[in-house]
Design a protein. Structure first.
Length: 179
């Protein structure tokens, strides 16, 4: 499994079919699922369909976040970062991330992974802009995105309906400084 980009503590590698069990487990956890606009439960079949219709067609790119093992320990996959709806006409994509392993949350891994993914998207994929949508009440995620360089671009009132309740969305973005 080839590292796509790394820092001294973690690296991102391409997601593979063999990661399906991780993705399904992580995305179906209450903590992760309730922080996503799309909250339907994942299945092995639905995730493999995502790989076939989005990843393999170039409409999305998904990487696994791995913490580097210390003193000969094995590397630990803890979550995933991705871009979707890749628009090669306007050189932009929607960013997303989740830390699936509970033990890895609250340690700055999400912010570090975001910085790496931004660098990958701008330097290797040559994108001009990344944007994301986050629930307005998810202050921890907003702070993490800000640490990585995203800025708030819009506040969308009652933008989505989740379990019968309308929720506000913050739209955040970041531009490639080299463009």
């Amino acid at each position: 499994m080839k590292k796509v980009i790394e820092n001294d503590k973690l690296y991102l590698r391409k997601m593979e079919y063999s990661d399906t069990d991780y993705i399904v487990k992580w995305r179906n956890s209450d903590f992760v699922r309730t922080h996503f606009i799309y909250q339907e439960l994942f299945t092995k079949e639905s995730h493999e369909n995502w790989i076939r219709t989005m990843i393999e067609t170039g409409k999305a790119d998904q990487l696994i976040i791995c913490i580097k093992g210390e003193n000969g320990q094995i590397d630990i996959p803890v979550g995933s970062v991705y871009i979707r709806d890749i628009d090669n006409t306007h050189n932009k994509a929607e960013y997303g991330i989740f830390i699936g392993e509970e033990s890895a949350r609250g340690k700055g891994i999400g912010s570090q992974a975001a910085v790496l993914m931004i660098k990958y998207c701008f330097e290797q994929l040559k994108l001009h802009r990344l944007f994301l949508r986050v629930f307005a009440d998810n202050k921890q995620a907003i702070r993490s995105y800000e640490k990585a360089g995203f800025v708030q671009e819009a506040y969308l009132k009652d933008d989505v309906r989740i379990q019968g309740q309308y929720k506000d969305i913050v739209l955040m973005g970041i531009l490639n400084p080299e463009d």
